[in-house]
Design a protein around this ligand. Structure first.
Ligand code: ZN
Length: 793
């Protein structure tokens, strides 16, 4: 069905999706999850479940292809069966469906992670889904649902792949959220709405996650912030583990009660995720299936975002500060680094500006000749992790802009377009999303007076509208030039007033005004105040620059009484004219370097410490407390997964150095095998525990993440480890721990087992027969010591 036809139906009534496939298979005794493994051999189980959903009355039936993309299939060794699995999935769904049921291609994540957790990138995701969607499209699938994604970068690349291969198809894009109302990598619902507002997707939504009760406030925010249609597909409550089995307790009645709430908030497409079955769907159909979607209140969002930070332009609040210091002009070291293809100075400059109060970072590469696309991609990726502020791309070459837009996660600002130069840049922004700065420049240069600047702005609005680019995505620059050239600043003030009288968003490149003059900070600051009073929304400036001569009264200059050059020649102010804030000294400690994810700095600081301290002291008194502090900040959600990983890697660099340099390290306190169980691809917590155990003197065999039960058991036997430490992040994979413990007992391996992870509790540990549980890395070390004693006597 084409997308307009489906949109038309959705304007008249709510559509009901089917329920879970994975948990239904398990319920029916097919425990060899995931469903993709059944498709090549035995389709019957899937066919039966899908028939139940069709009989329950669902309008849309999903193909059993959540994990059938090439990258995900690779993890279970079925990559070469990608076409067959997808084709069979469509055939099976079609056999189950009746003519009134729509088939939707179900697309789940790749299972790989973007940096810093992994090395996924735009091109890899794009290629992956292009392959799968081509197959599904050929088989006649007329609707696609992207779901269970937790990284907006992956979702964006997947969406573009679907759209390019299925231009006339309705697409739904769903994210999964965690307890604190953010995705695993830290994006909140407003950030989700901002990132996809400009993109060619038909509906946004949420699936799985926290059960309907937990999702409700997240969905409420999304419903207010996005103008797209809304899809919701909750799981049947938060799973509990009872007698070693995952149980979803929420019955159809309660589930559908929440369905009513989602309907009230304007949901257009409603279904069920893990733990829901045909009974849940049948009741949804009965209660909500024929209703006309509820009208909802929407906010017009004016803002930009990165993975974890949103910057909203708010009327009557101080202008948003866009830091201008990433610009090689006049900076020798930065120029050299850009030429060499390194980026340390840029990253340092980014962090300094962030600390000094910048909310957005402007990125300017100067001449751009010889700058490599992959360097640009890496830089954008690094800046997204730390300091993680939204970016303003002050770039000219389209290939660099596109490279940056592809790797970017969030809604970007492009600085800038003019009447002479908008077609290609606007085309890129229409594809990848983002806001833009407009400069009133045409073929004759900058408009010389305020009225002409307004005329050009109006012309730009009209032209951009014709191109399908809305006014609310543009920031208008009134333009200021150096007073040293005799420029009259009242032109800028007047232009700004005219812009604001039309309710336009505005931004100013402030520093130009004082170019070539002394007392730059004073001049900039004075003029910024004038503009702030008129309602300037954002300012591109140097956030490190502070006004240092408060007694210097510039009013005669700005009132036009005096010529600026003459005036500044006459006055004498004692202080030095322009001071760049110095980095504070206390920031030079290991803790801050670890938290900021600065590997090189961490290492060099640790090397310094090792001159005066014993290496054991450095570990116990410096590195371990730093890691614990990082853990605390992560729990409080002051930092998010990408920053946590960067921090752990920085500490790791120091540990590796210490290990290599101090040969007679303490070992012999006992052998430990550590692993993250099968199905879990996150191992950050496990890595920290492994590091701490090594430093406590244990001989640690680290098997890594996503480790099959057999491998763990085999390693336990081979090493003769006294303790096996297991980690799991998700409730579904936690059950693998039980499997490991069972197998160890069966094979009479005497090792003690300690478990931990986000979803693990003390009770769960004793339920599945683990010998110990630890809630964090330092407790893990203590517990392992205890277990060693037990095992030895
Ligand atoms: Zn689910």
């Amino acid at each position: 069905m084409n997308r307009n036809k489906l949109k038309n139906i959705l304007s008249k009534r709510v559509l009901i999706l089917d329920g879970a496939m994975g948990t239904e298979l398990i319920r029916k005794g097919f425990d060899k999850f995931p469903p993709e493994v059944y498709l090549p051999r035995n389709q019957k189980a899937i066919l039966e479940i899908q028939r139940d959903y069709v009989n329950a009355g669902c309008d849309i039936l999903l193909t059993a292809t959540l994990g059938a993309n090439p990258l995900k299939l690779k993890t279970i060794g079925l990559e070469d069966k990608m076409e067959e699995i997808n084709e069979r999935a469509v055939d099976t769904a079609r056999a189950a469906a009746t003519s009134r049921v729509l088939l939707a291609g179900d697309l789940g994540p790749t299972g790989e992670m973007f940096p810093p957790s992994g090395s996924l990138n735009f091109a890899r995701v794009y290629e992956c889904y292009s392959k799968e969607v081509k197959v599904l499209k050929k088989k006649g699938v007329g609707l696609f649902i992207l779901e269970t994604f937790s990284d907006i970068r992956e979702l964006k690349a997947a969406l573009l792949a679907v759209r390019d291969n299925a231009p006339d198809t309705f697409i739904v894009a769903n994210l999964t959220f965690d307890k604190d109302g953010r995705t695993l990598i830290g994006t909140d619902p407003t950030g989700f709405a901002l990132s996809f507002e400009d993109m060619d997707v038909d509906a946004l939504g949420i699936n799985c996650s926290l059960g309907p009760e937990g999702i409700l406030p997240i969905f409420q925010e999304l419903s207010r912030m996005t103008t797209k249609l809304l899809s919701i597909k909750p799981n049947a409550g938060i799973p509990e583990i009872v007698n070693g089995k995952t149980v979803y307790r929420m019955g159809p009645e309660e589930f559908v009660k929440y369905g009513e709430d989602f309907f009230e908030l304007g949901a257009n497409i409603i279904g069920g995720c893990c733990g829901t079955g045909p009974e849940h769907i049948n009741l949804l159909v009965k209660r909500l299936g024929k209703r006309k979607p509820n009208k909802r209140e929407k906010e017009i969002l004016k803002g930009i975002s990165a993975l974890t930070k949103n910057v909203i332009f708010v009327q009557d609040s101080p202008p948003v500060v866009i830091g201008e210091r990433i610009n090689p002009t006049g900076k020798k070291k930065m120029t050299e680094e850009i030429e060499k293809g390194t980026m340390q100075t840029i990253l340092t400059e980014a962090k300094r500006q962030s600390k000094a109060g910048a909310s957005v970072l402007d990125l300017n590469f100067g001449m751009e000749s010889g700058i490599r696309e992959d360097w640009t991609r890496n830089l954008v990726t690094e800046l997204l992790i730390s300091p993680g502020l939204p970016l303003s791309l002050d770039l000219r070459s389209e290939y660099l802009i596109e490279a940056a837009l592809q790797e970017y996660g969030g809604r970007v600002l492009l600085n800038s377009i003019t009447l002479e130069d908008m077609d290609k840049k606007v085309k890129l922004l229409k594809r990848y999303g983002g806001m833009v700065v407009f400069l009133p420049i045409d073929k004759n240069g900058i408009a010389e007076n305020a009225k002409k600047r307004l005329t050009m702005a109006k012309k730009a609005i009209r032209l951009l509208k014709e191109m399908g680019f809305e006014k609310k995505r543009i920031l208008f620059d009134p333009v200021v030039m150096s007073l040293a050239t005799g420029y009259d600043p009242s032109i800028t003030i007047e232009a700004l007033k005219l812009y604001k009288s039309l309710g336009l968003l505005t931004v100013l490149g402030l520093s130009n005004i004082s170019y070539g003059l002394p007392y730059r900070a004073n001049i900039n600051n004075y003029f910024l105040n004038l503009c702030t009073n008129i309602g300037l929304d954002a300012v591109i400036m140097n956030p490190l620059e502070k006004e240092i001569s408060p007694e210097l009264d510039l009013s005669p200059v700005f009132s036009g009484e005096k010529n600026v050059v003459e005036f500044l020649k006459e006055i004498k102010v004692k202080e030095k004219e322009r001071v760049i804030q110095k980095e504070e000294k206390e920031e030079d400690d290991v803790l801050n370097a670890v938290i900021a994810g600065e590997k090189e700095k961490t290492l060099s600081l640790v090397k310094e410490l090792l001159k005066e301290m014993d290496y054991e002291e450095v570990i116990e008194e410096v590195l371990r407390p730093a890691l614990e502090e990082v853990g605390k900040r992560y729990e409080k959600r002051e930092i998010f997964l990408p920053q946590l990983i960067m921090a752990a890697e920085s500490a790791q660099t120091a540990f590796v150095f210490i290990e290599a340099s101090f040969q007679k390290k303490k070992t012999g306190k006992g052998k430990v095998v550590i692993a993250t169980v099968r199905g879990d691809i996150h191992d950050i917590g496990k890595n920290i525990v492994a590091m701490m155990l090594k430093n406590a003197g244990f001989d640690v065999t680290d098997l890594g993440k996503d480790v099959p039960t057999e491998v763990i058991v085999k390693s336990a036997k081979e090493t003769g480890a006294s303790v096996i430490a297991l980690s799991a992040l998700m409730t579904t994979t936690a059950l693998k721990m039980k499997e490991v413990i069972g197998r160890l007992k069966e094979e009479k391996v005497p090792s003690k087992v300690i478990i931990g992870g986000a979803c693990i509790t003390n009770k769960f540990a004793s339920d599945i027969g683990a010998d110990a549980y630890a809630k964090d890395a330092s407790q893990a070390t203590k517990e392992v010591k205890k277990l060693m004693k037990k095992n030895n006597c």
